[in-house]
Design a protein around this ligand. Structure first.
Ligand code: TXE
Length: 538
């Protein structure tokens, strides 16, 4: 069986065979975990989590930093494994998967305690009444992570580290296309001394992912397609399990007349073709102002033609590797063929790379495109850059927002002020000015989409907060004082309540203080009445 005909799970299959999409050769095998094993793993995780939640941030960080040391020592081996399972160049596995995760590991190991420090809330006048409010962040319990094949190391590992630092146990279901990279993550943490129940990697396909949701975890972190994301949300809704969904994108790049055209062209080529275009934040469509369009397009074509495409392993100068699967390559072919039928032109690429035997598609530049074409509307997730010429900033923003997706976007202009103003008009979770694609690599910044690109966030403080349960603890420091709104009611109480309705404003002491005499009378009445009642009862 080749990677092309790979039907991951025949009815009776007990194993996933992992293939190198660059060569079609088998790399290794991983078990398909049964539904019963999934349920058992979640129970095991739940048991292990209890003592993990009691460990200090310092103790959790020690394990994460030990794991980091192992990753660093075995970086070349890990990069090669990622490269062979995905088809991407080893160099890119290092730059896009290892560099950011090594940084993320140290960042969350050092900072989680501070990021999750209990927070005091200013409750205005209630504070003057002797009350305090704090938020404490408690671990969720067991977090289920279902991850994709495009960044089989960076996407799950970042979430694993954050979930563990927040005091959770993790059950990870990696993509069926990249099970060995997923298992490697588990192996690294096991050797770092993490209790085996705290991070379990369960290999399998979509059914294994579905079983994980049904096994009753406390949150699902899912990254993948919109269609599967909807299925995940539907299934999680049955048990009201919260979900974070990181779904697809159709990320626009806007190049304005005052952009640095050469730099923008280099960014477009890297943004569209790194990882063979298989990043949710890849530049999937480009809108360039007519005044710089010719220069930009010529430059983009020249830079694209200069890219070297080759097997990811053993070729340090290969820029673009293979696509992850033949299925993904077929999607790219469909999008390009639909565009050509509707009048688009190929300036370079537009076909499989015939000189290479695996799943390689040539980096492709399309022009004369419009929004009737699939390539401008659906996620292509391949090395294709359609470029459309626009006449104005407003037109570019309108077209950028004419999409059901909203993950990232980029704006290219020398005016930072203009860039920021445009960014705020674009419907996307992240908008970059004079940058593309890379902010998933910044541990401190939130990652997530608007519209059909998903919900919730990973990374940064917002991402960490997804992995904890905020608990509000409210304290009355003067327990002897009865509240004026308690029983029993009276005409005086009614007058005070009407006054409060008109004047009570937390944060505005002066306005509320006008009611002070009434409040004091009410409190006296309150205490006298209740004390009398208590005496009578005795
Ligand atoms: O992803 P799936 P696929 C997009 C991209 C690509 C398309 C399809 O456009 O062409 O999705 O890719 C698990 N319950 N992205 O089909 O199916 C599955 O086993 C629970 C964008 O490979 O979404 C895998 O671990 N889990 C994206 C994970 O979901 C289920 C990255 C993702 O698989 C499941 C990948 C179910 N019912 C693809 N069915 C991005 N945003 O980066 C499958 N899975």
């Amino acid at each position: 069986m080749s990677a092309q005909t790979l039907d991951i799970r025949a009815e009776q299959a007990k194993e996933i065979i992992s293939y190198d999409p660059g060569t079609g050769k088998e790399i290794g095998r991983a078990p398909i975990v049964t539904d019963e094993e999934v349920a058992e793993s979640v129970k095991r995780a739940r048991r292990a989590q209890v003592s993990w939640a009691g460990q200090s941030f310092h103790e959790r960080a020690r394990i994460v930093m030990r794991a980091r040391r192992i990753v660093l020592d075995e970086m070349e081996e890990i990069a090669l494994l990622i490269s062979r399972e995905t088809g991407k160049p080893v160099v890119e596995a290092i730059s896009m998967e290892l560099v950011p995760t090594l940084d993320l590991m140290q960042f969350f190991a050092r900072r989680s305690r501070k990021l999750l420090r209990p927070q005091k809330i200013n409750i205005g006048q209630y504070g003057l009444m002797g009350r305090t409010s704090r938020i404490v962040y408690k671990p969720l319990g067991v977090v289920g992570i279902i991850s994709p094949w495009n960044f089989p190391w960076a996407i799950p590992l970042g979430e694993v580290v954050m979930a563990l630092m927040a005091g959770n146990a993790v059950v990870l279901k990696p993509s069926e296309l990249t099970p060995l990279t997923g298992l490697k993550i588990g192996d690294v943490f096991r050797r770092a001394g993490l209790d085996e129940g705290l991070l379990q990697v369960l290999t399998g396909d979509g059914r294994t992912g579905a079983a994980l949701i049904e096994a009753g975890v406390d949150k699902i972190m899912f990254t993948g397609s919109v269609a599967t994301g909807k299925r995940v949300a539907e299934s999680a809704a049955k048990t009201l399990t919260p979900v974070v969904l990181e779904l697809g994108g159709k990320d626009p790049m806007i190049v304005l007349e005052d952009a640095d055209v050469e730099t923008a062209a280099s960014a477009a080529v890297w943004g569209a073709f790194s990882n063979s275009g298989q990043a949710c934040a890849s530049v999937e469509r480009c809108y360039v102002h007519e005044s710089v369009a010719q220069k930009f397009i010529e430059s983009v074509v020249e830079k694209t033609r200069a890219l070297k495409q080759n097997l990811g392993a053993g070729n340090e100068d290969a820029d673009v590797g293979a696509m992850s699967s033949e299925r993904q390559l077929n999607i790219v072919e469909e999008h390009v063929s639909d565009a050509l039928k509707r009048g688009a032109r190929v300036l370079t690429g537009g076909r499989r790379a015939d000189s290479l035997s695996g799943s390689f598609y040539e980096p492709t530049i399309l022009v004369d495109v419009d929004h009737t074409m699939t390539v401008m509307r659906e996620e292509t997730f391949g090395p294709v850059l359609p470029v459309m010429i626009i006449k104005s900033e407003d037109e570019a923003i309108r077209l950028a927002n004419d999409s059901r997706f909203g993950l990232t976007a980029s704006v290219w202009t020398k005016s930072v002020r203009r860039g920021r103003a445009i960014a705020e008009r674009i419907e996307a979770g992240t908008v970059m000015v004079n940058e593309v694609l890379y902010t998933h690599g910044i541990a401190q910044t939130p990652w997530g989409g608007m519209k059909q690109s998903g919900m919730g966030r990973t990374h940064g403080r917002l991402g960490l907060l997804e992995l904890v349960m905020p608990q509000h603890v409210h304290v009355n420091r003067i327990p002897r004082l009865r509240d004026m709104w308690w029983f029993s009611y009276s005409p005086r109480a009614a007058r005070l309540f009407r006054g409060l309705a008109r004047r009570f404003a937390t944060g505005n002491v002066l306005q509320t203080s006008l009611l002070l005499p009434q409040m004091i009378r009410r409190l006296i009445e309150h205490h006298e009445k209740t004390d009398r009642k208590n005496r009578d009862a005795r």
